[in-house]
Design a protein around this ligand. Structure first.
Ligand code: MG
Length: 305
């Protein structure tokens, strides 16, 4: 099946692409849309407009869009923790923070071994409550998406925040610019995008798949799993079947668990990130450069976060 919104590259994609369903643009007017998260209890999506230093909110009940927070610490990636609290990656704060139920902001991590983080980019929460995030330099490379500064750590790594002690440990140190990340539905694997091609000629533009150790607190054997065929893989989420839906240069690429690109959602702007939402979790919200898009699919997200 092929409609203007879907491109099928493998028969397996056919079951996910609904007939007579098209990409909807819900809002436009951002400079760089990123970090969407659907809040099921409130039926809204928050997402970042990083250069404009604001977080936006799209209300599912009436389709209205408002500024959720500005200034907003040049926030990038968002997710919810297991208690439904909003977790933010702050370029400006160079930290991962949490909004408490009473609205206060708590900084969860801003340093590793005494040195300031670069600019946390994307974040996911594991079933045990631990918070995993990437820390490339995009938010300190210039004043456009944060505040220009030198890296104190001198590397772009992936970290885990312990849910009890809030201790920060490094879980991945062999990437160039780690970016989006997500666990497979069974948490057997951790997928991490490397957008190192932005800084290194012919650098990485791929997803790597790491195996979780028995403890569930560390990973090993990061294998090259899928390479972006258009643009770079930035943020992504998994569906219940283990497919990865990843932002890329021409839309959202759907990659089967065996690493095969099976189809695309075609989007007229470069896609940075996606999240699942709607009461049935069968709608994919898509941050595409200046806009927020959405499309219904015949699958559901592996989780809300
Ligand atoms: Mg990102």
């Amino acid at each position: 099946m092929q409609t203007p919104s879907f491109e099928t590259l493998d028969p397996r994609f056919g079951r996910y692409a609904l007939g007579n369903v098209h990409l909807e643009r819900l809002y436009t007017g951002c400079r760089w849309s990123e970090g969407p998260t659907y809040v099921p209890a409130g039926r809204y999506v928050v997402w970042s407009d990083i250069p404009n230093n604001r977080v936006m909110r799209w209300d599912e009940t009436d389709g209205s869009v408002s500024v959720f927070m500005q200034p907003a610490f040049h926030s990038n990636g968002h997710t919810l923790d297991r208690q439904g609290r909003l977790i933010s990656c702050e370029h400006g704060g160079r930290c991962v923070s949490r909004v408490e139920h009473d609205g206060r902001r708590t900084v969860l991590a801003d340093r590793f071994e005494g040195r300031r983080l670069n600019s946390p980019n994307d974040v996911v929460v594991k079933s045990d409550g631990s918070i995993w995030f990437t820390d490339p330099t995009y938010g300190i490379d210039s004043d456009y998406e944060g505040d220009a500064a030198e890296s104190e750590i001198g590397a772009s790594q992936v970290y885990r925040i312990d849910p009890d002690k809030l201790a920060v440990t490094c879980v991945i140190d062999d990437m160039v610019r780690p970016n989006g990340l997500a666990f497979s539905p069974d948490e057997q694997w951790l997928y991490v995008a490397d957008t190192g091609a932005s800084h290194v000629p012919n650098g990485p533009r791929h997803l790597r798949r790491y195996t979780l150790d028995a403890s569930g607190r560390s990973v090993r054997d990061g294998e090259l799993w899928a390479t972006a065929t258009v643009g770079l893989f930035d943020g992504f989420r998994c569906d219940v079947d283990g497919n990865v839906w990843a932002g890329a240069g021409d839309g959202v690429h759907c990659i089967a668990p065996d690493g095969t690109l099976i189809g695309k959602i075609l989007v007229p702007e470069v896609v940075a990130n996606v999240c699942w939402g709607g009461p049935k979790r069968n709608r994919l919200f898509i941050c595409g450069t200046t806009s927020l898009y959405a499309i219904y699919l015949r699958t559901t997200g592996a989780s809300w976060i």
